[in-house]
Design a protein around this ligand. Structure first.
Ligand code: OGA
Ligand code: NI
Length: 311
């Protein structure tokens, strides 16, 4: 982990919860990022998911393109050269695959919580991807309990609001850099859209966060750490008490640019009809309500997807 961003031990939830809540709350207020060890997701679940994702990305482009969805790339495959960070002029150097929530029984938002796509070439893909999705969804709920407590809310405050959230598991492949002179980067500076993001660290460097002092600070992952950061929906809900810190993935220097990079962020979203309305406890004389108008999670998301050229 880079200087600064703390790494906390989730086993403290059983013994020392108050201290954990305090430390996580302080990390989020200061950095918008915090690492967690002993998160309970077995290495094998992560490794097996990485394995099926790598196999997918190594398929011929023509095969991958069969899994492109129309719905703003929210399911299936998005090819190289499409996504462009907000306010940037050139696309990022990445391709990715999105897994969405599987809805058992009635789907109240069939037009939003769309069915997943699965690549027929890799029979194990579905099970491995969904296993990781469910583990991350559970872990995300535990982190939200910690965040709720640190905001003085009931620990279960978020749970009903994310139960049918449009949360997305994104498997990313950043290929070797073909043109070392390119002005494009793997992922240009951006803030995440959603409530929180759980990032299963890559073993390749490159992720950096923008400190309050304006310096780019590397986030290198200690093996076994999951980094969880605040997204723009949480920043808005908390009236900027919890900041969503800009971050980016830079191209590796020299010979390392021949190496690909894989990473798996999980973007945790509220239910599509959740109203993002400033939490009263986050409004004060020094910090008056910055968002007197509320917005639904889905309207917020669609506007941002247009800005990053996915819609
Ligand atoms: C993202 C992101 C970081 C990474 O996809 O929003 O910040 O390490 N990814 O790939
Ligand atoms: Ni991001």
């Amino acid at each position: 982990m880079g200087e600064g961003v703390p790494v906390l031990d989730l086993r403290q939830l059983d013994r020392g919860r108050d201290r954990l809540v305090e430390a996580a709350g302080a990390a989020y207020r200061k950095y918008g990022f915090c690492g967690f060890l002993n998160h309970g997701i077995p290495d094998s679940v992560i490794e097996e998911a990485y394995d099926v994702f790598r196999r997918f990305f190594s398929l011929p482009v023509a095969s991958k393109l069969r899994y492109r969805s129309a719905s703003g790339g929210q399911r299936g495959y998005t090819p190289f050269g499409i996504e462009q960070a907000k306010d940037q002029v050139i696309p990022d150097l990445k391709e990715f695959w999105h897994v969405g929530r599987e809805i058992p029984g009635d789907n109240p938002w069939p037009g939003i919580l769309e069915p997943n796509l699965w690549p027929g070439e890799i029979p194990e893909f579905r099970d491995k991807a969904l296993e990781l999705y469910e583990r991350l969804d559970d872990l995300g709920n535990r982190i939200l309990q910690i965040i709720a407590s640190s905001l003085g809310l009931d620990p279960e405050w978020f749970r009903p609001h994310v139960r049918l959230g449009n949360s997305i598991l994104r498997a990313i492949h950043y290929p070797p850099i073909a043109d070392r002179e390119t002005p494009a980067v793997r992922a240009a500076q951006h803030e995440d859209i959603n409530l929180i993001t759980l990032l299963i660290g890559s073993d390749e460097e490159g992720l950096q966060i923008l400190s309050r002092e304006g310096n780019w600070v590397p986030v290198t992952s200690i093996p076994g750490t999951i980094v969880v950061n605040i997204g723009d929906m949480m920043k808005r809900l908390t009236n900027h008490v919890l900041p969503s810190t800009p971050h980016r993935v830079v191209n590796p220097p020299g010979a390392r640019s021949d190496r690909p990079r894989y990473s798996i962020p999980f973007f945790m979203h509220p239910n599509p009809d959740f109203l993002i309305r400033t939490l009263p406890g986050c409004i004060s004389e020094d910090n008056p309500d910055r968002y007197p108008d509320s917005v639904t999670a889905n309207d917020f998301l669609e506007q941002r997807l247009r800005e990053i050229k996915l819609l």
